[in-house]
Write a new protein. Structure first.
Length: 133
């Protein structure tokens, strides 16, 4: 790789997490922070130690990779707001999908009440007359 000064430097291979929850090494965090000039990717605020989170540009659940090129530094407070908003939106989408694509539960099966008689003789026409007399 050729630098602006005309000298050459060895290239650094991109870091890829072995698993989606693998810890990001410090050397990778430093490279990401330098790439963004020490500023939050969402707000542009200068980040101080202790208030930095690393956010996936394309979320893992949306098919993003746990790798250096898919990470960006963000201000911890803004990252929590963004995550809460995304989770709320994802919940709404899931509810709508369940409503439209899953079979609807059937209501209770109506049944007669077994402790009551099936019919009342007094409700029939002419039941009040005595035909035997």
């Amino acid at each position: 790789m050729k630098l602006a000064s005309g000298t050459t430097a060895r290239s650094v291979t991109e870091w890829h997490g072995a698993t989606p929850d693998a810890a990001i090494p410090e050397r990778v965090k430093i490279r990401i922070l330098l790439r963004y000039r020490g500023k939050c990717a969402l707000t542009g605020k200068r980040l101080l130690p202790g208030e930095i989170d690393y956010d996936h540009i394309i979320a893992l659940r949306d098919g993003g990779l746990h790798c250096e090129s898919n990470l960006r530094p963000v201000w911890r407070e803004k990252h929590r707001e963004k995550t809460a908003e995304e989770n709320s939106e994802r919940g709404k989408v899931n509810r709508l999908q369940r409503k439209h694509f899953l079979p609807k539960p059937k209501g209770k099966i109506p049944s007669r009440k077994f402790n009551q008689p099936r019919f009342d003789n007094t409700k029939f026409i002419g039941a009040e007359h005595d035909y035997d007399t």
